[in-house]
Write a protein that binds this ligand. Sequence first.
Ligand code: GDP
Length: 296
Amino acid sequence: MAFEGLANRLQSVFSKLRGKGKVSEDDVAEAMREVRLALLEADVNFKVVKEFISKVKEKAVGQEVMSSFTPGMVIIDIVNKELTELMGGTQSKLAKASKPPTVIMMAGLQGAGKTTTSGKLAKLLLKSNHKPLLVACDIYRPAAIKQLQVLGEQVGAPVFSMGDGVSPVEITRNALQYAKDNHNDYVIIDTAGRLHIDEALMEELKQIHELAKPDEVLLVVDAMTGQDAVNVAESFHKQLELTGVVLTKLDGDTRGGAAISVKAVTGCPIKFAAMGEKIDSLEPFHPNRMASRILG
Ligand code: GDP
């Protein structure tokens, strides 16, 4: 599971603090040094770490930790709150268009998990009695269309496709009409990704964006990609005005820190987390629950 290393490190720092009857200023300073190292080692972006530690210190001073009866617990509570804030504070829900359909555009690099996540999202929406339409706009990756069709069949959501001979913009235009005609209240557009960001891809995504005016632009980020996740998110955000992030592959053996830095760097909330290849492994992301999981 992701964050295991970070969780272990932080839990051991805090168990030392908890175990002490009395905590000195030096103990607190030492704990802060260890928290800083643990975050850096977990691959949290260094600027994000710097800001995080300074916020925790500021709060610790404000709350007069040392005069409390349980200074260790006060520090742990501050770190927990700041970690929750770092990951977005409160849960960020999926947008809803005032007039259906709500259009969700999925974006991200090839292999990040866009197609799989599109299917999973359709499943979540079906579960809450919505009528999603999946749209196959990834016409470049061999088998992406078929993959989406298989997922659609598996979850019981229709898939709109025009093959790979029509431009994604044209597919989107037709899909939106189809959704209106068939009363689909959510449209999930699975777009193409490349191995790296390139101009042609961005241009195409921008055209889809302009036409579809999506209520959500979700960047699908593979949590295994490390600091590159932050760079990718920044580039996509500049071009597409992202509204949210989906972290995938959190079930993998990833340090995870880069993924949780994405919110701090781009300001885009993490809306969902995917924890496996199975179709029901997508969950709304709860910053407080994730922080508690990491802190034990
Ligand atoms: P796309 O190119 O962005 O559309 O990526 P895909 O949806 O095809 O996913 C790429 C690979 O990652 C596939 O083998 C998926 O099964 C796998 N995958 C997607 N999400 C997850 C996840 O949360 N956990 C794991 N372990 N694998 C995932």
